[in-house]
Design a binder for this molecule. Structure first.
Ligand code: SF4
Ligand code: SF4
Length: 319
């Protein structure tokens, strides 16, 4: 391809070719100035390179999901998952998907939707809020576009590209270079040492005293995936079990049977969130659960910034 217009035209035609076999979703800025993932009617032409406020997780883990229903009427079969292609996905969100794929590896509802999700990544332009950097684990993607290059990250990606262009490009040929990956560079072990030295640091209480427990930071986080299970009985006798998004900033998140609450104060909830984002499962999964997208600081009404807290924690002494 010779120039930018050729690249855009190739990409635009590629995205259009996905319709109607796939429902094509991309980031679009609304009249209110907010970037959202929404269905595109005109292929890539509708989409822009903004970072959607509510990330991809909403397609894989709906905010409210029926798990089970018992009623006198005959049960209705669950609808088959829709085939969704999400385009213009930024590297940090592809990384977040790699994290969720590990977290929900045994969840049949997640996996059913994941199998019907085509991930088309694209090189992004970092915003002032971004603090991502290379990591040791590759992101999840089917295809990734950057300038006049395209990488295949799955057999499905290879097939879709081949069907469109006739180009056969194998996953083994080239690996997506590290500059396109997101994630945190500082090792979880180093952060853990700083955290353990700082558990009683007054910084936690100072920051938590401003927190409103609104949960916005967790709702927009691409790797936050806690849920609660809620049973309900209606007057008609129908019983339902649903899973609904939960939030570690809510007081009841740490409440267990018998009335004990592991995290009744905001300070402990803020510290727990930090621990979960920067340390939880880091060594097991090869990545931490903060991909540096900066959404949490963008939405926090009182300006609490986990990355800034990390910077302020005293450095651990080298052994
Ligand atoms: S903790 Fe904040 S910066 Fe990190 S992935 Fe979640 S929303 Fe993004
Ligand atoms: S968005 Fe800010 S105020 Fe709201 S729960 Fe998160 S840290 Fe607290």
């Amino acid at each position: 391809m010779d120039g930018l217009s050729d690249v855009e035209s190739f990409y635009g035609r590629f995205v259009k070719s996905l319709q109607p076999a796939w429902t094509v979703i991309g980031p679009v800025v609304g009249a209110d100035g907010v970037c959202r993932l929404q269905k595109l009617s005109e292929g890539a032409g509708d989409s822009c390179s903004c970072l959607p406020l509510i990330p991809l997780k909403k397609f894989l883990l709906p905010p409210v999901e029926l798990l089970w229903r018992q009623s006198e009427e005959s049960p209705t079969a669950a609808p088959a998952p829709a085939k969704i292609a999400v385009i213009d996905v930024a590297p940090c969100d592809l990384y977040a998907l790699a994290y969720l794929d590990q977290t929900y590896v045994e969840d049949s509802l997640y996996l059913g939707r994941r199998r019907h999700l085509l991930l088309v990544g694209r090189e992004c332009s970092p915003l002032s809020q971004c603090h991502c950097s290379p990591q040791a684990v590759p992101p999840a993607y089917d295809l990734f576009f950057s300038g006049d290059k395209v990488w295949c990250g799955s057999e499905r990606g290879e097939k879709v590209l081949q069907d469109f262009s006739g180009v056969v490009k194998s996953r083994g040929d080239e690996v997506l270079p590290k500059e396109y990956w997101a994630g945190q560079a500082e090792l979880p072990t180093k952060i853990a040492a700083r955290f353990l030295q700082s558990v009683d640091n007054p910084l936690w209480a100072e920051e938590a005293s401003r927190c409103l427990s609104c949960g916005a930071c967790s709702a927009v986080c691409p790797t936050c995936a806690c849920y609660d299970v809620v049973d309900a009985v209606s007057l008609s006798g129908e019983i339902t079990r649903q899973r609904v998004w939960d939030n570690c900033f809510f007081r009841d998140h740490g409440l267990v049977a018998g009335g004990h609450n592991f995290r009744p104060e905001r300070t402990s909830r803020l510290r727990f969130r930090f621990e979960h984002k920067y340390l939880g499962f880091g060594e097991q999964r090869g990545m931490i659960s903060c991909v540096g997208c900066g959404r949490c600081q963008q939405v926090c009404p009182v300006g609490i910034n986990l990355a800034q807290i990390l910077v302020q924690l005293p450095l651990a002494e080298e052994e």
